[in-house]
Design a protein around this ligand. Structure first.
Ligand code: OAD
Length: 247
């Protein structure tokens, strides 16, 4: 039924895998100042502090306790079984979508698993937490790698590709994102503008809630598998979901 789907994911999809979100109670931004750890100015002031912040997240991802949850797995199944086009755009820097098997994936805010040359922008896979010993092989003299993370004030990655996908999609789904950080929070407007159906999945209404046609309130790990099965069974999306899921 649908031909082209764009899925936007945020920190909420990884919450049930044990990764902290940013803005919920106990979120990362309660403990850290955005200006200190998520801006180019903060990095210029204190690169060690910024590295420590991202290295903590890197270690957590690699300590063996963190796994994709049923929502990540369901999206990977959608990619395998859906006959149309699918693009998952994630704001997350973790690699849980990949670990679940997703490949048609764009990390618009970067990836924890990589460091980036500040001069050429070439990325390098990190086998251990980022530090002084990580330098690029593309420049002379070699440059010290910075986190491959998009900070506030920097341009997200792959926006042309996202724009094209949004212009042509007939279904847009946003999962576990607060709808407060642009440009991602505005993707639903573009999808609406092009006549797509728009669905959000969240435990509470996101800031851009009113822009969505359908609202699925609850945990991603139970709602996303349900939504994916409906899509794969060619069933029309409707507000009935809410009733069915809460019945
Ligand atoms: P936020 O922390 O702002 O929002 C997480 C959202 O997930 C909230 O709306 C929660 O209600 C929802 N949520 C939490 N647990 C959930 C669950 N189990 N199932 C469904 N929803 C759940 O995270 P993002 O919106 O991803 O950017 O944040 C966007 C960007 O702001 C991040 O990529 C990061 C941050 O600052 C940069 O660092 C550049």
């Amino acid at each position: 039924m649908y031909r082209q789907i764009v899925v936007l994911t945020g920190a909420g999809i990884s919450a049930e895998s044990g990764l902290r979100t940013f803005r919920d109670q106990d979120g990362l931004w309660e403990e850290h100042l955005i200006e200190d750890v998520a801006t180019p100015e903060g990095y210029a002031r204190d690169p060690q502090l910024v590295e420590r912040f991202y290295n903590e997240r890197w270690r957590q991802l690699h300590n063996g306790d963190v796994e994709p949850n049923l929502a990540h797995v369901a999206l990977a199944k959608l990619e395998q079984e859906f006959e149309g086009e699918l693009l998952i755009v994630t704001q997350n820097i973790d690699d849980l979508h990949e670990r679940a098997g997703s490949r048609r994936l764009l990390h618009m805010h970067g990836e924890l698993s990589k460091g980036r040359c500040p001069r050429s922008r070439q990325t390098f896979l990190l086998r251990d937490p980022l530090g002084e010993h990580h330098t690029c092989t593309c420049c002379i003299p070699a440059q010290r790698l910075r986190p491959h993370v998009v900070w506030f004030g920097e341009m997200p990655i792959g926006l042309d590709r996202v724009q094209h996908a949004l212009d042509t999609c007939d279904l847009f789904i946003a999962i576990g994102t607060s709808g407060s950080v642009y440009p991602a929070a505005g993707f639903v407007d573009t999808a609406n503008h092009h006549g797509a159906q728009t669905v959000e999945v969240n435990i509470v209404p996101p800031d851009n809630d009113s822009q969505f046609q359908y609202h699925l309130q609850g945990k991603a790990s139970s709602l996303v598998p349900y939504l994916v099965d409906r899509i794969l069974n060619d069933e029309v999306i409707s507000d009935q979901y809410d009733t069915e899921m809460t019945a």
